[in-house]
Design a protein around this ligand. Sequence first.
Ligand code: NAG
Ligand code: NAG
Ligand code: NAG
Ligand code: NAG
Ligand code: NAG
Ligand code: NAG
Length: 262
Amino acid sequence: MFVFIWLIVSLPSNNDALQMKETCQETDYCVTFNEGEIRAEAGLCAVIPCTFTSIFVPKDIIWYKCESYQDRCDNSGKIFYSVKNKGNIHPWFKGRVSLVEPNVAQKNCSIIINDLKESDSGRYQLRVEGKATGEAFSYKEKTTLSVTGLNQKPSMMIPPLTEGQQVTLTCTAPGLCSGSPPNITWMWRGKGEKDSFIKGNVTALKTENLTAFTKRHVSTLTFNSSADHHNTKITCKVSFTGGITTKETVTLNVTCEYLIVI
Ligand SMILES: *[C@@H]1O[C@H](CO)[C@@H](O)[C@H](O)[C@H]1NC(C)=O
Ligand SMILES: *[C@@H]1O[C@H](CO)[C@@H](O)[C@H](O)[C@H]1NC(C)=O
Ligand SMILES: *[C@@H]1O[C@H](CO)[C@@H](O)[C@H](O)[C@H]1NC(C)=O
Ligand SMILES: *[C@@H]1O[C@H](CO)[C@@H](O)[C@H](O)[C@H]1NC(C)=O
Ligand SMILES: *[C@@H]1O[C@H](CO)[C@@H](O)[C@H](O)[C@H]1NC(C)=O
Ligand SMILES: *[C@@H]1O[C@H](CO)[C@@H](O)[C@H](O)[C@H]1NC(C)=O
């Protein structure tokens, strides 16, 4: 019993809660970012969590990506401006960034970046503007995003296959991002020289809206299984914007149905 309690107490809190850190300037201007860098994978999306305080009533939010390690980041161009069609948004970021909370008065500056590329890695800076001229503040503190290559694989669901029965395989793309939907393709290869041809039905990519910012992308393949499909390798390939792909392969096992004579 004693050991059991000791184990619970000594386990690190493993619930992945983001550690947030507030940094203040001139006491009234504070910005709260993730402590440490935000990690994400290319092709998927990332949320940069952010809240701020200001003396003036905030009206608009601007985000900059910093070039190298310069202190001011506004030279390399805006990646986001809450005023639609205003300001020169860097072409690489156009249409990829949105506010998680569209009401700027909430002082929630979190953004989501979709269709991530490895080159999105770097430091990001926030600027807030009020109604009156002169009401604007660029927060010195920056937050860091680190985008690595895509490692996550699609997840495939293969029910037990019985000869002669119709079966539906599903493939779910990794990530729950609301950016451009990926393309999902199925490929198969049988044992030996001649490929066992699967006469099937690939449904169009299905997208489920989970929340405003999360979507699940699923493709299904429906076919009548035959003994010829045994040992066929089936691959589901998911292609994201920018030529980023990931795939998973499984081997089919088809069992024969025994004829029961009554
Ligand atoms: C910012 O707003 C989003 C969407 O409403 C919410 O999920 C998130 O928790 C908010 N962040 C903070 C720190 O309040
Ligand atoms: C393929 O799916 C479509 C739509 O779900 C259906 O109309 C069609 O009959 C199916 N074809 C076969 C061969 O099952
Ligand atoms: C999902 O959301 C999009 C807009 O984000 C909307 O156009 C579409 O109709 C929604 N689909 C479903 C099934 O709710
Ligand atoms: C499976 O076989 C049944 C009966 O032969 C047929 O009606 C159905 O369209 C077939 N399904 C597919 C996906 O080929
Ligand atoms: C999906 O395929 C279509 C047609 O081949 C292509 O135009 C589009 O760019 C592809 N999308 C992705 C995310 O790869
Ligand atoms: C089929 O059987 C092989 C060998 O027993 C196993 O490795 C594989 O995971 C099975 N495939 C499926 C889709 O269950």
